[in-house]
Design a protein around this ligand. Structure first.
Ligand code: PMP
Length: 377
């Protein structure tokens, strides 16, 4: 199998799986139970929290809230802040390149709860232009939510610069969805008042993730029950999940440079190969993440090509797995100014740190063969 759909999810790492199994066997007691076994489980959760914060040097400024992944973390960040700070203002700024978990949480806050949602355009590089954010900021803004790396195009936003603009307004918080950046792209973590991610994008098990947030921030919880996770996320804590997430997180942050060098050389080869195919045009902007390449097929139907590759056990995507129901073309590509036709016929190849050169070479050979064999659309 050649798996090149790592933006959707990645294979769990041996390190994370081993940690998960070990912690499941040894630390199965409820971390909120008052007995010794419960306290030991709790200690593992707390040390996992510290590992994550320390790995990105946020131990003095931020807290870590464990949750099921970026969708939940994004919803908690957006709704929790919106409800908590409603008296400060009613405007939330986001942009047209966000994942559906941010986009739809904002939609809900706008349509059902009357917040004023401002969605910034993308420039032709698929990024938020800091000048657009500067123009949109005002004293009614309580939250700005902009992702670090786009999951479809690999466009990289300038988190530091955007954070500086937000922080000129003391009532506004800056939330960064860092799901496609963790272990892949170095950025100024400290610029984010709130930062979300999912573990399964970097080798931890699915159903793990976290929201890191400044110690001074308070939320209205979006689920109620016990007092777990500071009362912000009720329910029995997934101790093995927290532990394996923390180990995978530490590992990919430590090896970011080495992994990135590997991904960059694979990306160079991939881009060279795709550029040499006349009917392919690359959508990812200059300086995109070395883990993601998005391109359009000018003559063939993308879904037919994905299926033909899949028959050869080569797995790539037509679009974000989370926008699977939309057949109207990628909203991100449309927001970048691509044509409807281009946005409907795009392919995405995405690497993990385990991806190999032979896989890229075989993918290119098979893609060219398929393009020469199937009919134009
Ligand atoms: N944000 C981004 C940028 C993503 O790529 C994803 C996953 N595709 C998510 C949020 C949601 O992650 P999950 O499905 O693990 O909750």
């Amino acid at each position: 199998m050649i798996y090149l759909d790592n933006s959707a999810t990645s294979k769990p790492s041996a390190l994370a799986l081993k940690a998960f199994v070990e912690a499941s066997e040894l630390y199965f007691a409820n971390s909120a139970s008052p007995h010794k076994a419960g306290r030991e489980s709790n200690r593992l959760v707390e040390s996992s929290r510290s590992k994550i914060l320390k790995a990105v040097h946020l131990e003095n400024s931020h807290k870590c809230l464990f949750c099921s992944g970026a969708t939940e973390a994004n919803n908690l960040a957006l709704k929790g802040i919106a409800f908590q700070y409603a008296r400060r203002g009613k405007t939330i700024i986001t942009d047209m390149g966000e994942h559906s978990s941010v986009k739809n949480a904002c939609k809900e806050l706008g349509e059902r709860f009357g917040y004023n949602i401002v969605s910034l355009p993308l420039n032709e590089e698929g990024k938020v232009d800091p000048k657009e954010l500067e123009k949109a900021m005002n004293n009614d803004v309580i939250l700005v939510s902009i992702l670090a790396v786009n999951n479809e195009t690999g466009a990289i936003n300038d988190v530091k610069k955007l954070g500086e603009i937000v922080h000129k307004f003391p009532k506004a918080y800056f939330h960064v969805d860092a799901t496609q950046a963790i272990g892949k792209e170095n950025f100024d973590y400290n610029a984010a008042d709130l930062l979300s991610f999912s573990g399964h994008k970097f080798g931890a098990p699915k159903g793990t993730g976290a929201l890191l947030y400044k110690k001074t921030i308070k939320f209205v919880p979006i689920s109620n029950g016990g007092e777990q996770e500071n009362g912000y996320r009720a329910g029995t804590v997934d101790v093995p999940g927290c532990y394996s997430l923390a180990l995978a997180f530490e590992d990919v942050i430590k090896k970011l440079k080495e992994h990135r060098e590997n991904a960059s050389s694979l990306m160079e080869e991939l881009e060279k190969g795709i550029s040499s195919i006349e009917e392919c045009s690359i959508n990812s902007p200059k300086g995109h993440s070395p883990y993601i390449l998005n391109f359009t097929l000018k003559k063939k139907k993308a879904s037919v090509v994905v299926e033909a590759l899949s028959q050869k056990e080569i797995y790539i995507s037509t679009h974000s797995a989370c926008d699977i129901s939309s057949n109207q073309g990628s909203p991100v590509l449309l927001a970048m100014g691509k044509s409807q036709e281009d946005a409907e016929n795009a392919l995405r190849v995405s690497f993990s740190y385990e991806s190999k050169m032979e896989e890229v070479e075989t993918f290119l050979v098979e893609l060219k063969r398929i393009l020469s064999e199937i009919k134009d659309r």
